[in-house]
Write a protein that binds this ligand. Structure first.
Ligand code: PEP
Ligand code: MG
Length: 761
């Protein structure tokens, strides 16, 4: 077997381990066998004692596990950790850092090769092999160990957090107090409640373990689901009978047999009888079989794992469909947790009970985070180390300011966050009082503040909070929560609900912006590189029928209100503008011909890709207004995926490159006497808003939760002061220094209450 195949096999096996200790035991055993050494051990860093602890060994005294503890820089293991590089020694005892540890049985082994286990720049531990014979390990051995530890780092990091205090943990499900999980901020605010894990329809991996309340009912429920799936499979089999060869037909029999009592069904029922609920039992049994199959070398057999997974999903879908009909019981304060939070999941919990959202995947700019911000629900995204299975039903605190989740909080932590919740409430009450005042600087310069909307709820909130119009209506949002493309009549209805309450104030409707991170379940776009692929205007121009229906609906909805503006997303060339304007004109002409009484809407273009930054003047000559989408502009200028938590710390709209581009856009647009606004998240940040004001932006559009803070910031400074903020921002050449300096300036200007609280207890 090639080295790569061996590596893959070990990683797969480790991945399938149920807890960290088992995973570590597999690692040491397999590495020792593969490298044919006498010893393989793994040491992990214990944050509680700040020591490296021997966690598993093959070859050293097993009694020493958990007992050998080394301070960082202590012993050769410590040296590997501190230097964060491998160490290959012919005679370990001769190394200056060598420390003899009694009881380890180590003295007989002379040669030593250690590789650090590093995940996201953090040294988690050290992987070591040792041999009696004095020799240097050769290059290929060193390469293998280094590759192995790099591959294992992610697995260990994941297991480590989910396993709680790994060194002292009695069982993996025992969570320590104040267990902290870092993600990124999705929506500001603090929520205190109980974690409720929600699994997407038929996603086996996201089903939590749960005690069955009524074992007989669970059994019945499972059997009913099973018989439905059997029936479905028979129907499918029969309907395909004419087109399938005998051999393929037999597949359906295989499927049915897999579900037999003597196979999967029997095992699942066993689990239920032992007290697990039906969904959990199904997940456990299916996963364990899938793992077995995935580890097989035979490709055909590996495929059988896929079949089992598929069957599991079918049964799960039936189980969940039934569950959906039952009114689900929620605790009073729900923190909804999901592997990947979607727009439709937000509707699953009664809104008055929802105090926070947590998503394992995604980042602050994912669509569901944008929705959460508009609904004012504290949200943490990209908590990659969180195991949804472990957190279900646990008390949690979610800190949406700093992007953190605390599981099983102590009384002290609860008290700390109680104070913050109360302070936030006071601040928002103060801000409400400014609702009807203009966003005007101390020296009388005004800037209109509009809102970004998507759902009808956004409209009501925006009006209560004093918005001066809609700067961005994300028209894809109502598309996202449907099962198929909404009809023209349905669209007219949705759009009217946006236009009417704001009239005569302007409502800027963006044409469908799908692709990238926004997909429609009924129009999947599967691409290797979706952000650079078929998205926004590119999709709608290729589907004029979708675009025309949408524009016709927008126009008809605006009849008699005349407050519609249409905006085009993701434009990178004037050709796209010309084509889109032609479509809008066509729809307009058709409706006029039909007798509609319409005013031609103002048309605008979003500046959100670097190419647009360099064509502002030619874009401006073709349209009535421009609007900067700083979320995408940041993503594309910095080449940082806005949804990838691994690079979330690199995503920063205060990056000098972004600020320079923003300034350039407004200067160029004004040369053509065209108004330019900004509707990305930056506009909703008080400091960002001050910068945009100083740059000369004509309007800011943000989620309605940000309106109060931004208005408060603008009303608290003069234009000269804002200019000073901008000069300072432009004088730095790295984003963090920009943010730090501006944060200090905000405090100095007496606006410190508007900065995000520093929540480091
Ligand atoms: C943006 O990119 O800044 C923007 C406002 O659009 P969206 O976040 O919907 O992509
Ligand atoms: Mg965008």
């Amino acid at each position: 077997m090639s080295m790569l195949a061996v590596l893959r096999k070990i990683v797969q096996e480790v991945n399938s381990a149920s807890d960290l200790n088992t995973a570590l035991e597999i690692i040491v055993k397999r590495v020792q066998q593969t490298m044919n050494t006498e010893v393989c051990s793994v040491y992990l860093f214990d944050a509680l004692t700040e020591q490296y602890v021997l966690m598993a060994t093959e070859g050293l005294n097993p009694e020493a596990v958990g007992k050998i503890r080394l301070a960082p820089s202590e012993g050769v293991v410590g040296t590997v950790a501190v230097r964060a590089e491998p160490l290959n020694l012919e005679n370990v005892a001769a190394h200056p850092s060598y420390r003899f540890i009694t009881g380890s049985g180590e003295e007989q082994f002379h040669s030593f090769l250690g590789a650090p286990i590093i995940n996201q720049r953090k040294v988690l531990g050290v992987l070591v092999v040792q041999q009696k014979q004095r020799r240097r390990f050769d290059e290929s051995e060193e390469a293998f160990l280094v590759t192995m530890s790099a591959q294992l780092a992610g697995v260990i990091a994941h297991n480590e957090v989910t396993g709680g205090n790994r060194v002292n943990a009695d069982s993996p499900s025992q969570l320590r107090q104040d267990a902290r999980y870092d993600g990124v901020s999705g929506a500001p605010g603090v929520g205190v409640g109980t974690a409720v894990v929600i699994a997407p329809l038929a996603n086996l991996d996201a089903v939590p373990d749960q005690q069955a309340e009524d074992i007989d009912a669970e059994l019945k429920h499972f059997r009913a689901a099973l018989s439905r799936v059997r029936h479905d499979i028979k129907v499918v089999g029969r309907s395909l009978a004419r087109r399938l060869k005998g051999e393929e037909q037999a597949l359906f029999d295989v499927y049915l047999r897999m579900l037999d009592d003597s196979a999967l069904a029997g095992e699942i029922e066993q689990q239920i009888l032992q007290g697990q609920w039906a969904q959990g039992a199904l997940r456990r049994v299916v996963q364990s079989h899938v793992r077995e199959f995935e580890m097989m070398d035979d490709l055909y057999l590996r495929e059988r794992g896929t079949d089992i997974k598929d069957l599991g999903r079918r049964v799960l879908a039936c189980l969940q469909e039934n569950v959906c009909h039952l009114p689900m019981q929620f605790p009073d304060q729900v923190v909804l947790v999901a592997e990947e939070l979607t727009a439709s999941m937000l509707g699953e919990v009664p809104i008055e009970k929802l105090v926070g959202l947590v998503s394992v995947m995604g980042s602050g700019n994912s669509h569901c985070a944008i929705l959460a911000r508009s609904m004012g629900i504290p949200t943490v995204m990209g908590v990659v180390d969180l195991s949804t299975i472990t957190v279900h039903n646990q008390p949690v605190i979610i800190d949406g300011f700093s992007g953190r989740l605390f599981v099983n909080p102590s009384e002290q932590l609860n008290r700390y966050y109680d104070v913050i919740v109360r302070e936030e409430l006071l601040l928002s009450k103060g801000l409400e009082q400014m609702r009807d005042l203009p966003a005007e600087t101390l020296d009388g310069h005004q800037i209109p503040l509009c809102v970004n909307t998507g759902l009808v709820t956004d409209v009501a909130l925006a009006l209560v909070r004093g918005a001066e119009g809609v700067g961005l209506y994300r028209s894809e949002v109502p598309f996202m929560i449907k099962e198929f493309f909404p009809s023209e009549a349905e669209q007219i209805d949705s759009y009217r609900r946006q236009l009417l309450p704001f009239a005569p104030r302007p409502v800027t409707m963006r044409t469908l912006d799908i692709g990238g991170d926004k997909s429609l379940p009924y129009f999947p776009i599967d691409e290797a590189n979706p952000s650079l692929g078929w998205r926004g205007i590119r999709v709608t121009l290729d589907h004029p029928e979708i675009c025309l229906v949408q524009v016709r609906a927008m126009l008809q909805a605006s009849e008699g209100l005349d407050n519609l503006r249409i905006m085009l997303p993701m434009v990178s060339s004037v050709v796209e503008i010309d084509e889109a304007v032609a479509l809008i004109d066509q729809a307009f002409a058709e409706l006029i011909e039909d007798g509609c009484r319409l005013v031609r809407p103002k048309i605008g273009v979003m500046i959100e890709v670097p190419a647009a930054v360099y064509q502002v003047r030619s874009f401006a000559r073709r349209v009535d207004f421009l609007s900067v989408g700083s979320n995408d502009l940041t993503q594309y200028l910095l080449a940082v995926d806005r949804n990838n938590p691994r690079v979330a710390s690199l995503y920063n709209s205060y990056h000098p490159a972004v600020l320079t581009a923003l300034l350039r856009i407004v200067v160029e647009a004004h040369k053509e006497k065209v108004q330019v606004s900004i509707c990305g998240e930056l506009a909703g940040d008080p400091v960002g808003a001050i910068l945009m004001l100083a740059m000369g932006y004509d309007m800011l559009s943000m989620s309605s939760t940000s309106l109060g803070k931004v208005k408060s910031a603008i009303r608290g400074i003069t234009l000269d002061q804002a200019q000073l903020f901008l000069d300072t921002a432009l004088s730095f050449d790295d984003p963090l220094s920009v943010q730090k300096a501006l944060g200090t300036m905000l405090v100095d200007a007496g606006l410190g209450r508007l900065s995000r609280p520093q929540l480091q207890p």
